[in-house]
Design a binder for this molecule. Sequence first.
Ligand code: SAM
Length: 216
Amino acid sequence: MRLRNVPRAEGTIQNHPAVIKRPEAQKGCWRQVFGNSKPIHIEIGMGKGRYLLTMASLHPDVNFVGIERYTSVLLRAVEKFDTEEFKMLKNIRFVCMDARDVAEVFAHGEVARIYLNFSDPWPKARHEKRRLTSHEFLERYEQILVPGGTLEFKTDNTELFNFSLEQVKSSSWTLEHYTYDLHHHEIMNEGNVMTEYEEKFSARGNPINKLIAVRK
Ligand code: SAM
């Protein structure tokens, strides 16, 4: 699980105190990383980090870990963290890794909630297993989530959303809530924090889909 060699990103990320350099070494020890036993929520495919940074500032009672595959993208999140608005946050860390390895980084029951926002659609059938809501990934999430822990998924891509609903329904998860129009759903939209992609796509008039699934 090595950081990819992206010029400029590499140095900043390697030296940043909020970036966990060897995440697999923290497996089972994330409480010590944060120095407390608050619940841990992770976002997989965090992108430029606005969602998670905003969530961390709104919810000081929760610890957040942002996972992103590319250093070039993670760099943008780290630079945002370093701004006046966010740099005082103590409840957020960043990890550069592929989500396939998530069960090597978190122990059984170490995570209370997983956020997937506007995950890559991988539209070709032969790439189905790469979708972050496929059975393969749900099984990985089951290994790290506490029983009763939740998965929250937002996307404007209705094909990917329907696929995800099917994957959840045909697994051992419980589909708790879903909507094809989050921004007009009074209850599910309460407290909604928009991601970078959500702002972009909803400004174009695309309805946003959301599901919440519970690990048994
Ligand atoms: N969540 C952000 C948002 O809603 O604005 C970014 C969405 S962007 C379409 C998807 C992000 O997920 C990209 O930054 C991509 O690099 C990251 N990503 C995709 N597959 C991943 C994987 N297997 N592991 C970690 N990150 C991944």
